[in-house]
Design a protein around this ligand. Structure first.
Ligand code: NAD
Length: 355
């Protein structure tokens, strides 16, 4: 197949890890006789330095016209001033909005050889293979009205509004069920239905969507219980679906299980249009340019790109297997206890892929 892939390396270690992921995609193209056409654009701090804005219209248009977008990371000390009118994260927000992505998928898998790197006891981590589907465009982070005012006694008051519409809930819950169909047939819908009206609507819609998927089991769980279960029995989860803020918190909690930020991928998807794929880590300015960044989170994001945007399941699986082999053989960067450089890890993964 032929596919157009836009690369947005960004700042810090972004260019190093995106270059690695590109090499693995080129190896996949060679192995399976696909034609992947890559184009590269600036995003974040480097775009601010060159164009004065974090994402140009030209870059966004190229992303919109592509089959998929692979991003490194944005930001760094040079652009850290929180009062600056132009900031690197604005590029990410503009991109997510411009692509119409509303679901953020974050898988957490624990590799047997990395179990000792996790803060949890090894027996709790056996068989952990879950994915969190977080709603990205609604809820508290976008609710109106919001803002500050003063009460009659001159004290300050702040307001945020948690709003969800039925169709916003329906599309994300449906995506979670579709995912569960190709996994372990279980969806855990996380809410706070004992307190929040928006959660009661969420639950009602989830129950309705569940009827379309009779073979998938739906359980409802309060967010406080889910936070606890993620550390007491993480292997009990398959697909978790939840609203924006709960998802923000739970995905960071879940990320700790794997033992390293450097190995976790993510995907942001909409109903149609290109998906956006990126590692969950930031631009790691402390190690940028040293050639020691772990490329695995970005390479696994590329595997997600193959699976979800290009529908190349076998190719995605083989890339994941190659990554797993490298991890099992200790062919890893220092953050995972290895001695390999970024490009040596990439070479090892490509070697496993081709042999
Ligand atoms: P970070 O994820 O960049 O780094 C946290 C720690 O993890 C650092 O010690 C770093 O060296 C290490 N680390 C991260 N990725 C690694 C990898 N692939 N291999 C080896 N080690 C890795 O988070 P931070 O330090 O809080 O943020 C640094 C910058 O990144 C900030 O400017 C922040 O705004 C930005 N950031 C961007 C994104 C994004 O682009 N999506 C996400 C988070 C943070």
């Amino acid at each position: 197949m032929k596919a157009n892939i836009v690369l947005l390396p960004g700042d810090g270690i972004g260019p190093e890890v995106v270059a690695s992921a590109r090499r693995t995609l080129e190896a996949i193209a060679q192995l399976f006789h696909h034609q992947f056409v890559f184009s590269e654009y600036l995003i974040g701090g480097c775009s601010i330095d060159t164009y004065g804005i974090a994402l140009t219209d030209e870059a966004l248009e190229a992303c919109r016209a592509a089959d998929a977008v692979l991003l490194g990371a944005v930001g760094g000390p040079k652009w850290d001033d929180p009062t600056a009118p132009v900031r690197p994260e604005q590029g990410l927000l503009a991109l997510r909005k411009g692509l119409g992505v509303f679901a953020n998928l974050r898988p957490v898998k624990v590799y047997p050889s990395l179990i000792s790197a996790s803060p949890l006891k090894p027996e709790k981590l056996q068989g952990v293979d879950l994915i969190v589907v977080r709603e990205l465009t609604g809820g508290l982070y976008f609710g109106q009205p919001k803002g500050r005012s003063r009460t009659t006694d001159g004290r300050e008051r702040a307001v945020d509004t948690l709003e969800y519409h039925e169709d916003e809930i329906e599309r994300i819950v449906r995506m979670a069920f579709q995912l569960a169909q190709s996994r372990h047939q279980k969806v855990t819908s996380v809410d706070k239905a004992n307190v929040l009206e928006s959660s009661r609507l969420w639950r009602q819609v989830a129950n309705r969507v569940a009827q379309e998927f009779p073979q998938v089991r739906l359980e409802h769980m309060l967010v406080d219980t889910a936070a606890m279960r993620l550390v007491s029995n993480p292997a009990g989860f398959d697909v978790i679906v939840t609203e924006n803020m709960f998802g923000d918190i739970l995905t960071d909690e879940a990320a700790v299980l794997s033992g390293s930020m450097g190995v976790l991928p993510s995907a942001s998807l909409g109903t149609d249009g290109p998906g956006l794929y990126e590692p969950i880590h930031g631009s790691a300015p402390d190690i940028a340019g040293k050639g020691i960044a772990n490329p695995i989170g970005t390479i696994l994001s590329a595997a997600f790109l193959l699976r979800y945007s290009l529908k190349l399941e076998e190719e995605a699986r083989q890339l994941e297997v190659a990554v797993e082999k490298a991890i099992d053989m200790g062919q890893t960067t220092v953050d995972l206890g290895g001695t390999y450089t970024t490009s040596q890890v990439t070479d090892a993964i490509i070697h496993h892929l081709l042999h």
